[in-house]
Design a protein around this ligand. Structure first.
Ligand code: NAD
Ligand code: MN
Length: 401
């Protein structure tokens, strides 16, 4: 059934988190609401504290009731986790345990991180425009295994103190993410780059073996094996040659942060975390809580807003709404809207307003209707299920220019 004629509202759990998380997620929510209103989608938002904010409110970073809400949702929109206030906490008590727990408990083993060179920002980043021009690739990061989930340990004292983290991959875990990357490449330019460290790591050897075997089943996609160390350089030398890049968890994390240099700022980068077997997916900017700028209203909201575009594309199967959001972001950048990380002076609210101004507007309210939205939107909420974000017209001045 299409999103347009289903009887249940689209339910999105909103988890702003800490630091600049609430600032950029407020922007993302206003874009999500504007797109839904303009296309008469019945949207239900449920907002909950997560990570540090949940430690303060409910004494744990990922309350079980919040996890259950996420399981029952169509999608989860996440801000960022952590901050100096909670740096003394360890293990499952840490704010970061919330995002790792969500990934694990929702089976989110695939993380998509698109990398684009925005034409308007060609002089914002550290790379020359002739190098970044035309860059449009996607990093597929394995999200459920590897060093973050293998055996960890710390023992001994003084000079003999030691610590270890273990990279463990099964054939099935590798085949799941690489198979997904092959399928993704098939729908794009049919070029897959697999990144590993097969010359030094046994897990890298297995990664390369499984990937080479899958290549035989995908003869229409050109496969290229690259070693992580030299690829980290090559990615910045010729980014426009890339189409789909697949890597294990730790390498994918590092490469996608590095790739922010191509776009111009970490604040521009979006991500989607998917369960390849279906179920709710999670959307978040790739940046953290940025304690150095939190509370000042100057965080770049684009990474979070483009995460909403990914939500429309992957969870709601409405690629035309995703395209509309991306076009509105490009138009705002073309018109000169820039937060300080891009060398400008726009506030988060001004940047958001510039993007909203480029989106299609809700049709005028018909007689007898309280708002421009579909009649189903109101009254669909039952008051027992958590704190709902008001789903209605945007605050004055935020849109409708
Ligand atoms: P960070 O991404 O928070 O910040 C790195 C730099 O980029 C900072 O200078 C920051 O000001 C800037 N920056 C990041 N996002 C921005 C935005 N939207 N607009 C403008 N500038 C932006 O990384 P960090 O400083 O290494 O970590 C800070 C905290 O965030 C730590 O507690 C860390 O654990 C946490 N963290 C959380 C996540 C997550 O929730 N997924 C990811 C990374 C880091
Ligand atoms: Mn990272």
């Amino acid at each position: 059934m299409s999103i347009h004629n289903r009887t249940q509202p689209i339910r999105v759990v909103v988890l702003p988190g800490d630091g600049i998380g609430p600032e950029v997620i407020a922007s993302a929510v206003s874009v999500l609401q504007a797109a839904a209103a303009a296309h008469q989608l019945d949207l239900e938002l449920i907002e909950r504290p997560i990570a540090g904010a949940a430690i303060e409110a409910e004494a744990r970073p990922l309350p079980e009731s919040t996890l259950q809400l996420c399981r029952d949702a169509d999608a989860v929109l996440f801000g960022a986790a952590g901050g100096p206030r909670w740096d003394h906490l360890r293990g499952d008590a840490r704010p970061g345990a919330a995002i790792h727990g969500l990934r694990q408990r929702l089976g989110l083993s695939i993380n998509l991180r698109p990398v684009r060179a925005f034409p308007a920002l060609s002089s914002c980043g550290p790379l020359r425009p002739e190098i970044t021009r035309g860059t449009d690739f996607i990093v597929v990061r394995e999200l459920s295994a590897g060093a973050y989930y293998g055996a960890h340990g710390r023992s001994g004292e003084g000079d003999s103190e030691r610590a270890h983290d273990t990279i463990t991959y099964s054939r099935q875990q590798i085949a799941r993410v690489v198979g997904f990357a092959f399928a993704l490449a098939r729908g794009r330019s049919r070029h897959l780059t697999s990144v590993d460290k097969a010359n030094a790591l046994v897990s890298g050897r297995l990664w390369r073996d499984v990937t080479s075997e899958l290549a035989a089943d995908n003869p229409d996609v050109a496969l290229d094996h690259q070693l992580i160390d030299s690829f980290a350089l090559r990615m910045l030398q010729r980014p426009s040659a890339l189409d789909v890049v697949v890597a294990e968890n730790l390498f994918g994390d590092i490469l996608s942060d590095e790739a922010a240099a191509i776009s111009g700022s970490l604040g521009l980068m979006a991500s989607a975390s998917l369960n390849p077997d279906g179920g709710p997916a999670l959307y978040e900017p790739i940046h953290g809580t940025a304690p150095d700028i939190a509370g000042r209203g100057i965080a770049n909201p684009v990474g979070s807003i483009l995460s909403v575009a990914l939500l429309f594309e992957h969870s709601l199967r409405l690629p035309e709404l995703a395209a509309e959001i991306r076009t509105a972001v490009d138009a705002a950048l073309d018109a000169g809207a820039r937060t300080p990380d891009l060398g400008g002076t726009s506030s988060t609210a001004e940047m958001t307003a510039a993007i909203l101004a480029g989106m299609s507007q809700a049709p005028p309210a018909r007689r007898g209707e309280a708002s421009a939205a579909s009649p189903r939107r109101r009254g669909a909420a039952s008051p027992s299920e958590g704190n709902r974000v008001p789903v209605g017209p945007l605050p004055d001045g935020e849109n409708r220019a």
